[in-house]
Every structure is written in C-alpha cells, then in structure tokens.
Design a protein around this ligand. Sequence first.
Ligand SMILES: Cc1ncc(COP(=O)(O)O)c(C=O)c1O
Length: 390
Amino acid sequence: MKPADRLSRIPPYLFMTLRKKIQAARAAGVDVISLAIGDPVEPTPQAVIDELCRAANDPANHPYPTDEEKGMMAFRSAVAGWYAKRYGVTLDAATEILALIGSKEGVHHFCLAVVNPGDTVLVTDPGYPAYKASIVIAGGEPLPVAIRAENDFLIDFSEIPSETAKKARAIFLNYPNNPTGAVATPAFFAELAAWAKEYDIVVCHDNPYSEVVYGSTPRLSFLAAPGAKDVGVEFNSLSKPYNMTGWRIGMAMGNRDIIAAMSKVKENTDSGIFNAIQLAGIKALSDANDNVDKMLSIYQTRAKVLVDTLKACGLSASMPKGTFYVWVRVPEGKTSASFAEEILDKAGVVITPGNGYGANGEGFVRFSLTVADHRLALACSRIKKAMGRS
Ligand SMILES: Cc1ncc(COP(=O)(O)O)c(C=O)c1O
C-alpha cells in the first residue's frame, strides 16, 4: 500500500546511512558506543518518581486529562512560577501556557496551527531535523537560513533578503543550539523580535536546553525580549533539565492567539498528558532544580574529557557554552559522513554527521555527552587509537 505523498517529502532519517553499519558492527560482536543521541543516562530525580507513583495510585488521576484542555492549571501555574524565577518572564497561566507532550510535539502542532499549505517557513541550517519534517507534513515549504561559526552560529538577519522575509510565515530557531552548542544573547533575541514584527513573521523559539548552560553563560528566554509575546512563542521541556526524556512533558508559552490555536489542534488530536505525569512535572519544576546543577557539573567534566581527546587528535574542538553536544569540524579532506563512518569502523563509536542537520552542517560532526563516564572514557581511548594518537 502506498503511503500519502507528503511522507515522500520528509528528508531521510538522520542515521539512515549509519544504521546499517551499526547493526553490522553489533552483529559482528563490536561493543558499539553511541555518542549520537542526546538522551541522559542518569535517572529522573527520585522525588519526581515518588510523586508519579503517589499520583498514579490516586484514581482521581485516571480519567482523560481533558477537563483543563491546556493542561492542569496547577501544572501551568508551576510553569509560570518557574519562568518567573529562572528567566524573569511573567506569564498568564490561563492564556499564555499550554502543556505539551514534549517540545517535539509542540513543533508539530505549531505547524498545524500556524502554517498554511504553500507557506514558507524559515529554519536555521544546521538545525533540529524535526522542524523541516513538521513543516512538510503541514504542507509548508522549509527554507534554510544559514548559521555559521564566524557569527557564533547566530542568525545574521541582515543576510536574509527582505523579499524572503516578506514571504515567510514563520521561523524556527533554538538557542542553546542543537547541534552547535551555541547560545544567544538578550540583544540577539531583541533583534529577532523586532525583525519578526517588521516582517510579520511568527517566531517559534524552541528552548529545551535553556537550563543546560555553563559557567557565566546566563539562562535566557526569548520571551524576556521586548515585544516577544507579540510575535511568537517559546517551547520548553522537562526532558533535559530533569532527565525526563521518556516522560514526554513540556510546554508552549507566549502569544495567546498562537497558544489558543495550538490548543485547538491538540483538543482535536490528543487528549493531553496523564495527570500523574503533570503532577510529577510540578514536583520537578518546583523541587528538583538541584538536579540541573548536578547534571551541569557532570556534562562539563565529560565535555573536558572529550574536548581534550579531540584536541590531542589534532581537531579544533572547544567547550560548548550550552547543550550537551560538542560540535567539531572534521579533519581536512574528510566529509561529515566519511569521518563518522571512519570513527564507527575503526573505534566502534557512533557520532552524528553534521550534514544530517542541513547543508551547512557539512564538514562537522556532533558528539553527545549523555553517556556514562566510563563509556565516554572508553570511547575517547578508542578514538585516540583510531586516529593514531595513543
Ligand atoms: C532542539 C530540540 N528540540 C526539541 C527536542 C525534543 O525535546 P522533547 O523531549 O521535549 O520533545 C530536542 C531533543 O533532542 C531538541 O534537540
């Protein structure tokens, strides 16, 4: 049976080419170490698990969670409290917050709520692949906007021709940035809000790594920029700060018309998030922020181990300012894919080829720091050996 035509327009899955090689290596008995996926190995904080168990045992939480279709008011109020405390942003829990089944779900439903068939939607290149896929499913046309090392992987708005900006319906961007680890500044977000207002473009700032910033790098929300709520929304998620990727809980915040439109899509698509997960989410937001500090220290130690290894191998690696990814230029004469394949073949380590994030990711690879310390140490010693440095 032939699937719908729109599916053939979705770019191939990032790991398609590597997947067969990984399977072959595993079948041949290689202990493959994956540094490809951003998924914390450390458990969710115990207090959050305990709250889930308590709430799951309460039959009041068993029906459809549809009474409050934007998410439980208690969860939205906790989000408002978290945003006020951590980002200095004031949000109205009733109209400016929508609970999500993770930020990725928000991306999809944002497109269905905002993008008409044929609309142009700008996406950073490199950028998180789900943006393009959701734009295509909604019938829109993704248009890449290059972000480059010379500009700290921030968008240079002067590079976007005004003809392009005029026809764009929306823009997706994400800082702290997957895959580059770059971070934004308040001045950049202010410029984004002003530019979007000038061209009547809806901003979707995807911010799931807002808490994963190192040293003196500030935690930032686009919504703190002047005029941000007039032009867009921000997504965030409990996945990364609280090691809750599998729980599927996040939030969309900001412009109330967009929140209402997304809510309408969701009311007709899913029936919300299990109340017990929302209650556990409240626990995380209000009581588990020490987990963030713990994880930042773990990621920073791992980043140093990896960056030192890559430097010893002659690569120009540097510590990320945000996220748990290290984005590195491949050696002269290699491509993203050839270098990733070589590391898999010679070291049994999986890394992500940068071209999977867009044409401007060519010439880079991404390493993820979400593996146990001893696995990272083993991966590093194998990479050194594979590159003739041990
Ligand atoms: C930029 C970006 N957005 C969204 C997500 C998905 O987050 P969630 O688990 O909240 O769906 C990821 C996950 O890696 C991501 O890197």
